[in-house]
Design a binder for this molecule. Structure first.
Ligand code: SAM
Length: 336
């Protein structure tokens, strides 16, 4: 079964945020001034249990979802998250199960446990190879070597191809673009550059801080010629580019300068069970209330269908000085 939204877009991908907590304080995502000692995170009682998440995943797969990505916050700070992976891996019809992590807690053993539990691939975020730049961005003093080790651990465990996501922010880490490209060329890992986005309301986003994808592509092409590659599947977020010398590929996620709302097949579930139809959404539909109120699978299915069928979000296509001010949900609540 496939359900389509008001703009004819099918539901295919589900991003599940398993926690709103993170051990990083990336300045562009969870700035310390807002997410400091006094910040009140969700109490455990409000966070969906593994059983609730798995039940929902089964229902979503019945509605056409083929791919689930676990995210956060930082998914690896959720205790026993490998047990959730194992439960989701049992869901019939789920083709792809993956995770986005900052890598700081991905030891060799943890990577192997996740792989054995049924995780297929992993994406690790890394914004620079320079310690001073990276530490200033994560703002908790985690060095680059920790994340590079995590990438090795993921690859050794077979969570491949490993994707490495780098958010590029003007005046902060744009100088790291070529070094990152050089480092990951030929490694078998896929480096993806993400335009800095106006998610949430706390990161002080300004258009001047966005390094447009075109500029990134041009800088890499001038050093190592690249050519466009075909998307792997309909609705793929990253635009693929291949090195002409055979050293692999890179991805570009140009949500700001080249919006891809027209083929957006993604739905997002927050850790407290709210359903968001857009990364830049303001309102989350309360699925937890339904689950804990004793709704049947049919009732939950009907609710999700009613939400998706009227979906007409296309935030990135209509972004303006006015929309930037909306009270959008924080990325730490709904993940990447
Ligand atoms: N903690 C995990 C991690 O670091 O990958 C998963 C959650 S994090 C919110 C997911 C991704 O969103 C990361 O790659 C992060 O760099 C990216 N991200 C966060 N805020 C962003 C922003 N304002 N613009 C672009 N990407 C952002």
């Amino acid at each position: 079964m496939t359900i389509s939204d008001a703009l004819g877009r099918p539901l295919r991908d589900l991003r599940i945020s398993v926690t709103d907590r993170c051990n990083f304080r990336c300045t562009y995502c969870m700035p310390k001034e807002v997410f400091g000692r006094d910040y009140v995170f969700l109490p455990q009682s409000e966070v969906l249990t593994f059983e609730e998440i798995t039940r929902l995943a089964r229902i979503f797969v019945g509605l056409g979802v083929q791919k689930v990505r676990l995210t956060g916050g930082e998914p690896l700070v959720r205790r026993d998250v490998d047990k959730l992976v194992a439960m989701l891996a049992e869901v019939e019809g789920l083709d792809d199960l993956t995770m986005t992590t900052n890598g700081s807690l991905l030891s060799p053993a943890r990577a192997q446990v996740l792989k054995r539990a049924g995780l297929k691939r992993i994406t690790v975020s890394l914004d620079s190879l320079r310690d001073d730049v990276f530490m200033a961005m994560n703002d908790v003093g985690v060095p680059v070597s920790t994340v590079l080790a995590a990438i090795d651990n993921a690859a050794a465990a077979g969570l491949t191809p490993v994707k490495v996501d780098m958010v590029v922010k003007r005046g902060t880490n744009e100088d790291s673009v070529l070094e990152m490209a050089e480092h990951f060329r030929g490694s078998g890992h896929i480096l993806r550059f993400i335009e800095y986005m106006d998610v949430g309301t706390t990161n002080g986003w300004r258009m001047e801080d966005v390094v447009p994808a075109k500029e990134i592509v041009a800088a890499i092409d001038a050093r190592w010629p690249i050519e466009p590659a075909e998307p792997n599947y309909y609705g793929e977020v990253a635009e693929r580019w291949r090195y002409r010398d055979g050293a692999g590929e890179i991805g570009i996620i140009a949500s700001v300068t080249q919006p891809f709302c027209g083929s957006c097949t993604r739905l997002r579930l927050s850790a407290d069970g709210r359903l968001y139809t857009c990364l830049f959404g303001v309102f989350g539909h309360d699925l937890r209330k339904l689950l804990r109120g004793g709704a049947s699978d049919e009732e939950v299915t009907a609710f999700i269908t009613s939400v998706w069928s009227v979906r007409n979000d296309r935030y990135s296509e209509v972004r303006s000085a006015e929309t930037v001010k909306l009270q959008k949900v924080e990325m730490s609540r709904i993940g990447g």
